[in-house]
Design a protein around this ligand. Structure first.
Ligand code: R5P
Length: 285
């Protein structure tokens, strides 16, 4: 087995190479002056199972992914496993308005070409795995890792920011033997959400919040403020995918938000690794 790292998750690819005991392939990925991508694999892979690591975010990385798989086919690689640490376009997981593209399905059906298995992590909706038609789709949740991280920080109860995300809080809390609950979120616009009071009393408690994605950070900042206004002693945040758009990380820093995300997107606060969970799944598969 060998590991082919794209450019989106090089640190995670190194961690996977270590826990799979599989070497990283020597490769060149660069851009032409007109920004088109170029990929070359410099090692032999004939007949080898290769684990490709690349997220479908941002857009131009999707083309790199196609080229990596194409180069592997050119070199007659054996089975190709694709790890998509952060599956971009997952939030358009249905047609909400007539005429819209079903983006999650469009990406799934294209990235699975020439691939045997696709591993994804905490997709916005687990049913997105049904959009893969040819490859075996394996969906992993690292909420237990988030729960254990929050417990180590001292959290005594775990919340999700809304009712829909309650299964995340449950999964995280159960792994850490903690109680859990949810807040009630109402979205006003892309950057504004209102969080209604939680039922569970948080007065004097250290509270953890889990979510799948942090984008603008509006959800988390509002949830944290709500919990603090209800008397929470401290609030720790852990999420899977840290997109941190619209200066979210700077806003967190200025408000003193204690936040950690995983390495599905490498960020300055990627304090939790998904590598072990992935290695286990790959070696079992
Ligand atoms: C929503 O359904 C997701 O689980 C996240 O809560 C949301 O994507 C976070 O977005 P933002 O950080 O922009 O509030």
């Amino acid at each position: 087995m060998k590991v082919l790292s794209g450019t989106t998750n090089m640190l995670l690819a190194e961690r996977l190479s270590q826990c799979l005991n599989a070497p990283l392939l020597v490769r060149t990925i660069k851009r032409f002056p007109d920004s088109e991508a170029y990929v070359r694999i410099e090692d032999e892979v004939e007949g080898e199972r290769v684990v490709v690591v690349q997220s479908t975010y941002p857009d131009e990385r999707i083309v790199e992914l196609f080229l990596m798989v194409d180069a592997l086919k050119e070199l007659n690689a054996g089975e190709i496993d694709l790890i998509i640490p952060y599956f971009g376009y997952a939030r358009q997981d249905r047609v909400f308005l007539k005429g819209e593209a079903l983006s999650a399905r469009a990406i799934a059906r294209r990235v699975e070409v020439d691939v045997s298995r696709v591993y994804t992590i905490n997709l916005h909706k687990a049913y997105i795995t049904e959009y893969f038609e040819r490859a075996e789709a394996i969906h992993l949740s690292v909420m237990p890792e988030l729960g254990r991280y929050l417990a180590e920080k001292g959290a005594e109860v775990i919340f999700s920011p809304d009712k829909g995300a309650l299964p995340y809080a449950k999964e995280a809390a159960e792994a850490a033997s903690l109680p859990y609950d949810h807040l009630n979120k109402r979205r006003i616009d892309a950057e504004t959400v209102v969080i209604e009071p939680a039922e569970t009393s948080v007065a004097g408690m250290k509270v953890g919040i889990v979510d799948d994605i942090i984008a603008t950070g509006g959800t988390i900042r509002t949830a944290r403020r709500q919990l603090l206004s209800q008397g929470a002693k401290e609030v720790f945040v852990a999420a899977v995918h840290g997109l941190f758009t619209s200066g979210a990380l700077e806003k967190f820093r200025s408000e003193g938000v204690d936040v950690a995300v995983t390495d599905t997107i490498q960020t300055p606060v990627s304090r939790i690794s998904v590598a072990e969970r992935l290695c286990k799944a790959i070696l079992e598969g």
